[in-house]
Ligand binder design. Structure first.
Ligand code: S3P
Length: 164
């Protein structure tokens, strides 16, 4: 089976859903943020501060394209779609599941979060980013799954039905 890529905005549940989905499918879970941190020996916040977002995006693309194209579940960083090459890569190589959440839901989930540099902005900047990204996720998604007010189990079951 082609690898399954979970995409979506920060806080849309990619990591949580990825863990449950990988268990249910008995496939390994790979997380691009975790792999960047492990490979470069720095936390994402530090990479943004010391090397800048551009460098982070390079690392992220390198990691994405080094992953197995079959039989893994990949939880991606919310900005993976910032690079056109990544959108194309995901579109052609994988089964891409877009976990969609509303801005209100994301804001609730991330209200105490200090680990995401691009969420640590004013409301207007966050809304703009959210609206711009929405279109990018749609461009590479094979399937869109709504997550607002739904349990992890329900979402995982929907994804399993989609890929069966
Ligand atoms: C980012 C999302 C983060 C992480 C980095 C940048 C983004 O991942 O890759 O902070 O640009 O949206 P999550 O989506 O897992 O929070």
């Amino acid at each position: 089976m082609k690898s399954i890529y979970l995409i979506g905005f920060m806080g849309s549940g990619k990591t949580t859903i990825g863990k449950q989905l990988s268990q249910a499918l008995e496939l390994p879970l790979l997380d691009t943020d975790q792999l960047v941190e492990d490979h470069y020996g720095k936390q994402i916040v530090e990479i943004f501060q010391q090397d800048g977002e551009k460098t982070f995006r390079l690392y992220e693309s390198e990691v994405l394209q080094s992953l197995p194209e079959e039989n893994v579940v990949v939880s991606t960083g919310g900005g993976i779609v910032e690079k056109r090459e990544n959108i194309d890569y995901l579109y052609y190589k994988g089964i891409v599941i877009y976990l969609q959440a509303s801005f209100t839901e994301i804001s609730n989930r991330l209200k105490n979060d200090r680990t995401r540099p691009l969420w640590n902005k004013d409301l207007d900047a966050k809304k703009k980013l959210f609206n711009r990204r929405r279109l990018l996720y749609q461009q590479c998604a094979d399937h869109t799954v709504q997550t607002d007010g739904r349990s992890v189990l329900e979402i995982v079951q929907e994804i399993r039905n989609i890929i069966d």
